[in-house]
Design a protein around this ligand. Structure first.
Ligand code: 2HA
Ligand code: ZN
Length: 289
């Protein structure tokens, strides 16, 4: 079966297009990875490792970190320097399928990037995250990075503190704590594209599904494309509301209070982490405890 005709690949390509149309992927910004199921790899097996019309040769290359948990697995990932905008019209030039070797330190390109190129510069972060997620829940397969405008804007005005950042976002939409009851992780500015930021991000992903990279963007993860895209969309929407509120005032007249959040737990079958439901000082400004 052609890779382009599979349901997982179509979901992957659609997510890239949707993300671009949201305005979260200027130029080559953002990257997406998906840990394929064994049956999906089997479906396209006869299309993998054919290099006749491709600039690729299938040579093993260094990942730049070690992910032994992912040895022998197959992934669809966006290409380094490639534009999300171009994925839907020409997936084979902008996306690839890679295999991780038995030591978890090398990969090879089995399909795609036919005009040349390599997987995303954030491959270490993606694979380290996917390894953590696999341990958390074997059905979590998607890691997604983009540059959502309002989330990034908030990293200039809110303290870079997971509890405060999460609480301010939680208060902007009742659905937020239901969708991500474990809140948002926040990393300070770090050099992107390497192992260090990958390790820091995956440390957060041990518990949280969403991590903000200050002055850069965000990472979301999930079981499938809908859930992962939906999480990014939910956080970015709440961030937009917060930006609007902050454009009007530095203090809210009324908001969702901790005891109101707690009422959501039972009916929505969640357990909102109490760390985010601290009592605020009366009259506190937005972003203050
Ligand atoms: O260029 O967004 O973080 C892709 C990126 C790097
Ligand atoms: Zn980025």
């Amino acid at each position: 079966m052609r890779v382009e005709d599979t349901k997982f690949a179509q979901g992957f390509f659609r997510m890239c297009g949707d993300s671009f149309r949201q305005g979260w992927n200027e130029r080559n910004g953002g990257n997406l990875s998906y840990r394929m199921k064994a049956e999906e790899a089997a479906l396209v097996r006869d299309r993998l490792g054919r290099y006749e019309d491709s600039a690729q040769d299938g040579a093993w290359q260094e990942i730049g970190t070690a992910v032994p948990e992912l040895a022998g697995e197959y992934f669809m990932v966006t290409g380094s320097g490639k534009y999300f905008r171009n994925v839907e019209p020409d997936p084979a030039s902008n996306v690839c399928i890679i295999e991780v070797d038995e030591t978890g330190t090398k990969f090879r390109i089995l399909w795609g990037l036919v005009s040349g190129g390599r997987p995303t510069s954030e491959l270490p972060t993606h694979l380290l995250n996917l390894a953590v997620l696999k341990k958390r829940d074997a059905d979590m397969r998607v890691v997604y990075h983009c540059h959502p405008t309002n989330v990034i804007a908030l990293t200039y005005v809110l303290p870079l503190d997971s509890e405060i950042f999460t609480r301010e976002i939680f208060e902007m939409a009742t659905e937020c704590p239901i969708v991500f009851p474990e809140g948002i992780g926040v990393l300070p500015w770090m050099l992107c594209g390497g192992r260090e930021i990958g390790e820091a991000t995956s440390e957060q992903m041990k518990k949280q599904d969403f991590v903000v990279w200050a002055h850069h963007g965000a990472f979301a993860c999930g079981h499938d494309f809908d859930e992962t895209f939906g999480l990014m969309h939910t956080v970015e929407k709440a961030a937009e509301v917060l930006i609007k509120v902050m454009s009007i005032t530095d203090r809210k007249r009324q908001t969702i209070e901790p005891e109101m959040f707690r009422k959501l737990n039972g009916p929505f079958h969640v357990s909102i982490n109490e760390r985010f439901l601290y009592e605020k000082t009366p009259g506190a400004r937005i972003g203050e405890r």
